[in-house]
Design a protein around this ligand. Structure first.
Ligand code: G1P
Length: 277
């Protein structure tokens, strides 16, 4: 596979889920029987990524513990002959996949979080960025795999897109398409969380990206933008000045697990699938 590395920015505070997130990271809240982060990680592994880079912060140790082996638990399950449970805990991550943890010491924004992975990415490779809050049941293949397939055809950066209601454009990065009826969509420009009146379209960016490694050099100089944060969207906007970029409309269902309603919907969706197995 052409994309080996995936970056997971997971340093956010999770204030929308307090008090649940007072002692556990929001990425560890469960959808049915797996933490939210597990869904994005499995999507990346299925798409061929072998190096997973987690950009974490304080109070996020549970994420590293979850993806690490737990010999005490494994020994106990083995002794009690709980073969099925043992199989589950041993296979959370395949042995050929490596996890790397980088600390983001200050919450300065998504662009800053992605830049924390800069020492691990070379300028001439493309890499994935996965925002685990966007839990996606991709069809017929996972969302990241859809992006990687487009990247392999076009050899450029690729953004996952979804058309949203116009009253919701202010919640997203929004692109200006050069051609709205041809696929893939050529991206002309991008803006972070525009007011409805200023939005160049209602094609919003979903939390899956395949980006040129050259964005790292750009991100180191991006200034604070929307919401006073260093925005990934502003880095992408500069990358567009020198490189072609396309958008792929997402095929599948997306749940915004960054808010309670989306999180509950994801639990209903995957819960019904679990009940109907
Ligand atoms: C982030 C990005 C935004 C993107 C969104 C997708 O925003 O900044 O461009 O559209 O994720 O979920 P956030 O949801 O972190 O505010």
């Amino acid at each position: 596979m052409s994309i080996q590395k995936a970056v997971f920015p997971v340093a956010g505070m999770g204030t929308r889920f307090l008090p649940a997130t007072k002692a556990i990271p929001k990425e560890m809240l469960t959808v049915v029987d797996r933490p939210i982060i597990d869904y994005a990680v499995r999507e990346a592994v299925e798409a061929g990524c072998e190096t997973l880079i987690f950009v974490t912060g304080r109070t996020k140790n549970a994420i590293a513990d979850y993806f690490d082996r737990n010999p005490d638990l494994e020994n106990e399950l083995e002794a009690k002959q709980k073969a099925e449970a043992l199989e589950i805990v041993r296979n959370i991550i395949p042995s050929h996949v490596q996890c790397i943890y980088v600390r983001q010491s200050e919450a300065l924004g998504l662009g800053h979080a992605v830049h924390c992975a800069a020492p691990l990415i070379t300028p001439d490779e493309h890499f994935a960025v996965m925002l685990p809050d966007d839990l996606i049941d991709g069809y017929p293949v996972g969302a990241l795999k859809q992006l990687i397939q487009a990247h392999e055809r076009e050899r450029c950066s690729v953004l996952a897109l979804e058309q949203v209601a116009w009253e919701d454009v202010h919640k997203y990065g929004v692109i200006k398409p050069a051609n709205s009826d041809l696929m893939p969509i050529q991206i002309e420009s991008i803006v972070e969380k525009p007011a409805r009146a200023d939005a160049p379209s209602n094609w919003s960016v979903v939390g899956r990206y395949v980006l040129s490694g050259k964005i790292m050099d750009i991100l180191k100089d991006v200034q604070r933008g929307t919401g006073g944060e260093i925005q990934l969207t502003d880095g992408i906007s500069q990358l567009l000045q020198t490189e072609k970029m396309i958008g792929v409309p997402l095929s599948g269902k997306r749940f915004d697990c960054g808010n309670k309603v989306g999180f509950l919907e994801a639990n209903l969706h995957f819960g019904l699938r679990f009940l109907n197995r």
